[in-house]
Design a protein around this ligand. Sequence first.
Ligand SMILES: [Zn+2]
Length: 484
Amino acid sequence: MPRPSRERWQRSFSEWFDWALMRAEIYDYGRYPVKGMGIWMPYGFQIRKRVFDIVRELLDSTGHEEVLFPLLIPEWMLAKEAEHVKGFENEVYWVTHGGLEPLDQKLALRPTSETPITYYESMWIQSYKQLPRKFYQVVSTFRYETKATRPLIRLREITSFKEAHTVHESFEDAERQVSEAIDLYRKIFERLGIPYLISRRPDWDKFAGALYTIAFDTIMPDGKILQIGTVHNLGQNFTKAFKFRIQGRDEYFDYPWQTSYGISDRVVAAVISMHGDDLGLVLPPEIAPVQAVIIPIPAKDPSVDPKIIDYAKDALRSLQESLFRVKLDDRPDVTPGEKYYYWDSRGVPVRVEIGRRELDSGTVTLVRRDTLERKTVRLQELPEEVRNLMSQIYDSLYRRSWEYLRQRVSRHASVEEASKALAERGGMVELPWCGKEECANKMAEALQAKVIGTPWPTEPAREGDRCPVCGSSAVTYLRLAKQY
Ligand SMILES: [Zn+2]
């Protein structure tokens, strides 16, 4: 059995992505009469829910508390932290009227929630004894994007923004929180089989109001980089702006320290993109709304068909009892071929085929979605075999996606070499760097790429490595890529 092709998936990824979202009924985009906004359809909603179940599970188990803040933020509140409001000034949607009445003050549709959350923390928290405190919410945020919008990748309504906000008594504890957040994000992406690179964003591209920003990026099938998560050490910038002070261990009052970190719909975009092929989605079993689909194959002699259906129902029961999410597709007017196409495009990990041959021999035929390999097993062994197959599918998706990423990251001594590598296979290149913004910009310009940042954890340059622009000794390596 040949492996399913990934030709179209990679060659014309952009069209593939739009096609796959519609074909599998994930997200209806482009028809809603407001730019940058789409509709999660039932099947897509189930995938999204399972992805964010993982996110919630990991946050809840590490002491994060889920909250829900209002969508509207008054202008004075958003403007409290000067750099923050400046960073978002081109992207905020404003509500200016209630009915026909102009409002006394403009209200922003939240682009992110550092300001209202800090405002409330300043009322809720008085002492170091109440710290650390970790909040999060999963909400819609709005950004008036001027770049071309893309379904799930660049939206004006981000429908699944998980934003976490934490408060700490010291800089050291905030630093520990940054590490915990990075660790959490690693676990989330590992469970979804999404490969990633962790970079520190350059100072001129950090989150507005942060001391620094750490970002997770993945490489999409077209070789472009997609940012899939960020972690910010906010220092005392917001607590100072809101005059939020706490009593410390030494009895004195001081401003506490904060971090914030977010992921969004892009995680769903990445999981769909990373594992797909020309037939459509290939889902990691943990987030598949349907993990196995049973398809009865009609016999030449129609009088046998009711027996085949009964036998398929036995298979259904045995999988349900083992707590798989399973579906029997016994639609009478649809051919098995059409059913294969339908469920394959939805990325169902395992197909169970049951026909006359299986009925007579007490077996079932299993087909795994990622390789389309077939295997016939005894009915009694069905749950165990499906469990094994799902774990093999996850392992193989994980390996394949990491291999894809690793093949597209390379380090070079000269801009020419880096340029060649980027042209050949996209992805990310690394060049020795002296640390000057000017040299970074020159490299970006020569490569027609964006500065992604420097490796995290920080990697000092090797003895003798020189900045290819100015020739001075490199301090670290600069990552560059074409980015979404
Ligand atoms: Zn330089």
